[in-house]
Ligand binder design. Structure first.
Ligand SMILES: [Fe+2]
Length: 287
């Protein structure tokens, strides 16, 4: 039974640097420790972009070290508008790309296919898929034949009702939709970029997105400002069982209030947590 985990918007900084009063390295390590402790049977970790906040080689090298240290689960890395494709590829030469160098790839199960897409155009925060990338997607969909397909993007191609995010959505929506219509069984689409938990559908295709690991977008429906705030973080576990696709969202920081709200303990709470290295128990209360 396929089981994979989405993590998104790590926004890693060079070692020792914080971002918006929180530490993306600490949050990533805690996510991976929580997964190792409680989801060790996951097949894949899929990172849906914004791996490094400024796209520096030092941040990607730190990401590589953290993944080496904290997980044995295979991972697939996608890029976001904060990333630098060339720098990313120089640090992760083992991560697959397509024939044009875009960070696009597939993962095949007997029962389904996952397709990871590159929606990045350097110099822009909005998302783009040119003819070459769309043609690549159309070929990968055709290869899947009648197997169900799961798609991963950084940018959503539709509005979510928050102007600050909608202004930097993926703009090639009509061309993408035309390609998606060539496959009869697209089961789900996953997105990063938004830094909020959202579920719904686009032209009948179910979709979801989840909190980023480091910082979140405030819920400003209709507001033109895109205000980042520190807050909870989560990863999303997908379980596929025959005709059912179930996505669980897990707030792995619920026992770390000093990380969710930095400075709560007045003494650099995240550093204390890292010294203990503790992973919270997930014993469930009886209903
Ligand atoms: Fe992001």
């Amino acid at each position: 039974m396929p089981k994979f985990i989405q993590l998104t918007d790590v926004h890693l900084m060079p070692p020792g640097s914080s971002l918006f009063d929180t530490d993306p390295e600490v949050r990533l390590r805690l996510a991976l420790r929580d997964i190792s402790a409680h989801q060790p049977d996951a097949d894949w970790l899929i990172f849906t972009g914004d791996l490094a906040h400024h796209g520096e080689a030092e941040a990607y090298a730190l990401l590589r070290d953290i993944l080496d240290q904290e997980t044995t689960i295979p991972y697939r890395l996608m890029i976001g508008n904060h990333d630098n494709r060339d720098t990313f590829r120089s640090v992760f030469p083992d991560q697959p790309v397509d024939e044009n160098g875009f960070v696009q790839s597939v993962i095949d199960y007997d029962s389904c296919r996952l397709i990871m897409l590159d929606t990045i155009e350097h110099g822009k925060h909005s998302g783009h898929m040119d003819a070459a990338r769309l043609a690549w997607l159309e070929r990968r969909l055709a290869e899947a034949s009648d197997r169900p397909v799961y798609l991963f993007f950084h940018h959503p191609p539709f509005r979510i009702g928050m102007n600050g995010v909608d202004n930097i959505r993926m703009v090639d929506d009509e061309a993408l939709l035309a390609v998606l219509k060539t496959h009869p069984a697209i089961r789900h689409m996953y997105f990063g970029h938004v830094h909020r938990p959202i579920a719904g559908s686009w032209h009948g295709i179910p979709m979801s997105m989840c909190y980023g690991l480091n910082h979140q977008a405030a819920l400003n429906l209709g507001d033109s400002r895109h205000r980042d705030r520190v807050g909870p973080a989560e990863y999303a576990i997908t379980l596929i069982d025959g005709p059912s696709t179930v996505v669980h969202f897990h707030d792995f920081l619920y026992l770390y209030p000093e990380i969710v709200t930095p400075g709560m303990d007045g003494s650099g709470g995240f550093k204390r947590t890292m010294r203990t290295g503790a992973v919270p128990s997930q014993a469930m209360p009886e209903n």
